[in-house]
Design a protein around this ligand. Structure first.
Ligand code: WT7
Length: 630
């Protein structure tokens, strides 16, 4: 907790040291943690395997570093403040000591159910403190958690259960979305029809009716009753898996990104403390869902390792009205507020009236994550929420990076709208041209790579190491390839330009175009489809689908609705295309490759800059597509 940088020159000095002597640098940061056994080597690595090990042979448990390490000093401090979706339902405040008791009791529950070190446990839960308790209990007993966003469909959940061969699922009866109760357990039941999951533990949130399968399903409150408050943490190797988190790529099904224990712990605490400049006693609020990496690293692990007070919000920004965020900030005197550009743009659309009358003077730092923040949204956030006095940290990172890699340090690094600014200590960025040549110096633009390991980086993709190698370490030899385009300006500042692969980013949620196409193609009337992103005012990117259909006896309207439902059922509502255009054909080259460049141009409405279409098999198809544009 003493690893905080305080000045720009301090940052620049530390950065240089972290590059010149990375092992010494990280050993010093790691020293403030509790290790049952110290490491033999700080780092062993090669990017060809890839094979990366941090704090080699060190032994620890990450939850001992949250609880036992500083319970005597901060036991009575609030660890989690929970704000429910309904504003008039009571808030819950859980101190570190209370949270520790709950984690110990739930660790005993999991072990009673026969769950052991190395077993995979899926967490499919709403934003309640029990979701964090579930994650921490898994970590305490050495089980590998895989949190699945509760908005994913039963098909998507089933895919993940099967891929990681989960032994148990932790879930809830239902979930609140605005004034609606949504079934959660029922989705689990559907997903489990063909699986061998032995145990399901159900937290009662909404009180709605659920079916419980005898011998498999148990109520959270019943299995917790009478459990001992004592639990001795399992000893983990620094490189033992901590969790798997599924994320979309440009091809195939979502892959399970694997994070391990020691390095992830060190990096999430270090980056949390430095980026947000968190001071003891501050109330910190990240609005993400625990189903995403932001929730893992910056609602649960980073803040709790740093002894922070982390606010967990169950609701959405616009329920019961678009003042909800500002009301929560006033109510809990939030000091650090971390959200996504899509939420800012959605609230910006309501104007400044919903902000009037709320006291936002507690705010010190604002954060942004998940997608590029456009300048207009940046200024609105800065002026109307930060009242011109709160620095904005635009944090660039990925599920695979485990923690924030490029960001201003709040109040230290001078900011520029839409720039993530500079790398954190230990992060060696590299911009390359398409052939993989490094572009040195300033005022350059290319693909963003990282040429040296950092502690919280991806270790493998679960069950398929070769996929990890192919996806991240093969495009450019000896480097981790992020999939993002980037510009380094004349000041050496970084601006992220967006994905250069077939990954799209809708409201900060990552999706593969192939994944959406596969879901569309499940519809019996669909012959072929192609999905591209187009600029969307609120979501950042929207999904535009071009679909060739068998129209016999069907109207366009009902087919389009059915296709949307199909995608919702197979992936989840977040993947539903915003626009579907039924087309007579797709622009293909003579070798059969779809020219997505043309489809993107049509989707974004740049109709006069179609470029060269002479290599197309049937150039007329472009005209027809333009005519039917949505
Ligand atoms: C992709 C990773 C990192 C947590 C949330 C998303 C985009 C993320 C920024 C930013 C511009 C950003 C990138 C990245 N992205 N943060 N501050 N500025 N783009 O995690 O789902 O793994 O997505 O999100 O394109 O590759 P993710």
């Amino acid at each position: 907790m003493s690893d905080r940088l305080h000045t720009l020159s301090g940052y620049l000095y530390e950065y240089q040291k972290s590059i010149a002597q990375p092992e010494e640098f990280w050993a010093r940061i790691a020293d403030s943690f509790h290790w049952r056994k110290r490491w033999d080597n700080v780092l062993k690595w090669n990017f060809d395997g890839p094979d990366v090990k941090w704090f080699v042979n060190a032994k620890l448990n990450i939850t001992e570093n949250i609880f036992e390490r500083h319970l005597y000093t901060i036991g009575d401090r609030p660890a989690i403040i929970w704000e429910p979706s309904e504003p008039n339902e009571p808030t819950r405040t859980i101190t570190y000591r209370e949270l520790f008791v709950e984690v110990c009791r739930f660790s005993n529950v999991l072990q009673d159910k026969g769950i052991k070190k190395g077993d995979r446990v899926i967490i499919y839960m709403p934003m309640v403190p029990e979701a964090a308790i579930a994650m921490l209990a898994c970590a305490r007993i050495g089980a590998i958690h895989s949190v699945v966003f509760a908005g994913f469909s039963s098909n998507a959940l089933a895919d993940r259960v099967i891929d990681c061969e989960a032994k148990a699922i932790l879930t809830s009866d239902g979930n609140y979305r605005g004034n609606k109760k949504i079934g959660v357990k029922s989705v689990v039941d559907e997903a489990l029809e063909k699986s061998s999951v032995e145990t399901v533990i159900v937290y009662q949130r909404t009180g709605q009716e659920v079916t419980m399968k005898d011998g498999r399903d148990f109520w959270w409150h019943e299995v917790m009753a009478g459990q001992s408050e004592k639990h001795v943490a399992e000893e983990m190797d620094s490189e033992d898996m901590l969790f798997i988190l599924y994320t979309s790529g440009s091809t195939g099904k979502p892959k399970g990104v694997v994070h391990t224990t020691g390095g992830y712990m060190v990096y999430t605490q270090y980056s949390f403390s430095n980026v947000f400049q968190y001071s003891p006693g501050d109330v910190y609020w990240c609005t993400a869902d625990i189903g995403w990496i932001t929730g893992h690293s910056y609602i649960v692990y980073g803040p709790l390792l740093a002894g922070a007070t982390t606010l967990m919000f169950e609701g959405v920004p616009t329920y019961p009205n678009p003042s909800r965020f500002w009301e929560v900030i006033e109510k809990h005197k939030v000091n650090v507020f971390y959200t996504a550009p899509t939420a800012i743009r959605a609230l910006q659309a309501f104007g400044t009236d919903p902000i009037q009358g709320y006291d936002l003077s507690s705010l010190k730092v604002l954060g942004s994550v998940g997608e590029p923040i456009n300048e207009e949204a940046w200024h609105w956030y800065h002026t109307h929420i930060g009242k011109g006095r709160c620095p904005i940290v635009d944090t660039w990172w990925q599920t695979e990076t485990g923690g924030i890699l490029i960001s201003p340090l709040a109040g230290i690094t001078p900011t520029k709208p839409a720039y993530a600014t500079l790398p954190l200590p230990g992060i060696q960025l590299c911009i390359v041209d398409p052939e993989g040549n490094e572009l040195k110096g300033n005022s350059v633009e290319g693909n963003l790579c990282i040429k040296f390991p950092w502690p919280s980086m991806i270790r493998t993709t679960y069950g398929d190491h070769d996929r990890c190698k192919q996806t991240y370490f093969s495009t450019y030899k000896g480097m981790y390839f992020t999939g993002d385009g980037v510009k380094r300006d004349h000041d050496g500042y970084y601006r992220i330009l967006g994905r250069v692969d077939d990954v799209i980013n809708v409201s900060g949620h990552r999706m593969g175009t192939a994944e959406v196409e596969n879901a569309i193609n499940e519809h019996p009337k669909v012959i072929e489809s192609a999905v591209v992103a187009y600029p969307h005012e609120v979501k950042g990117q929207g999904i535009y689908a071009y679909v060739i259909c068998d129209m016999t006896n069907r109207t366009e309207e009902n087919l389009i609705n059915e296709i949307k439902e199909m995608v919702s059922k197979i992936i989840g509502p977040i993947a539903k295309p915003d626009k579907i255009q039924i087309v007579p054909g797709l622009p293909k080259t003579r070798s059969g490759k779809i020219m997505r460049r043309i489809l993107r141009k049509v989707a974004e409405g740049s109709l006069d800059s179609m470029g060269d279409t002479s290599t197309l098999l049937d150039p007329d198809v472009v005209e027809k597509i333009i005519e039917g544009r949505k």
